[in-house]
Design a protein around this ligand. Sequence first.
Ligand code: GLN
Length: 305
Amino acid sequence: MTLFHLLTEGSRALEQAGVPDAKQDAKQLLLAAFHLDIVHFLLSRMEELEENSRNEASIQLYRNMIERRKRRYPLQQILNRQEFMGLEFYVNSHVLIPRQDTETLVELVLEDTKALFGKEKKENSEKSLLDLCTGSGCIAISLARKGFFDRVTGTDISEEALKVARQNVENLLPGWTEDIDQGEGCMELFLGDLFEAVPRDGRRYDVIVSNPPYIPTKVIYTLEPEVRDHEPALALDGEEDGLAYYRRIAASAKEYLKPGGVVYLEIGCDQGEAVRNILQAEGGKEIRIYQDLPGKDRVVKACFS
Ligand code: GLN
């Protein structure tokens, strides 16, 4: 038995099950099961594997992973990780897997806030960010790491999702605490339905971001099995027309923003005009729609005076 043999066995099994990128996925699972990097794999793939309990456990683990992937569990759920904005996030079945599309939103906020208050950091008033439907925390945490915020608040309706976000805060934001007067910054996570989760202490934010559920309920059944069967419906289902959360966020945004505050929302590629109208009806100004790397509408920004 060699690593090469195992790779071939796994690739074939995935190919036969109709899994896209079968070979790539099998390779990633093999590396994970044997705790190998690609260089060590390439050097040793033709060598006979020693018959010891460690290798046996790795083979067993690899075959279990292949079985799960055959049943179309997303690779990221099997590996319990996904990279986003150059950071490695822990993920499981309770959170939406961070998508590259969402980096468009993060990069836009970074660019805008750098121009707006990058230089003033620490000298002037506290800069704060609210991330609704935070899920794994990928938006909130990458903006806390790379952005110019002193206080970052994430909310989610799922306790299980918040556990994942907490884990990611622990892994990726050492030095950040829940106390605004201590540490490098203040990172808080609250359980609840959109703004209901935010403490009623009169606080207001400079920036509100969200990647809310936005898939129309009927469309969910047409998605890839990885998404449809294994990602949390709670994170995808935007109700009948997919716009339910935009209406609710737009209706309350002003109440939670400082004067001149800005909202950034991730959208489905055909929702730009609808979300623009929703934000406009609630007093949003200077509304702009931004495209992701493949050129599809992906983010709507609105300012509130
Ligand atoms: N972009 C995700 C998808 O297409 C959906 C994310 C969401 O509903 N917020 O699967």
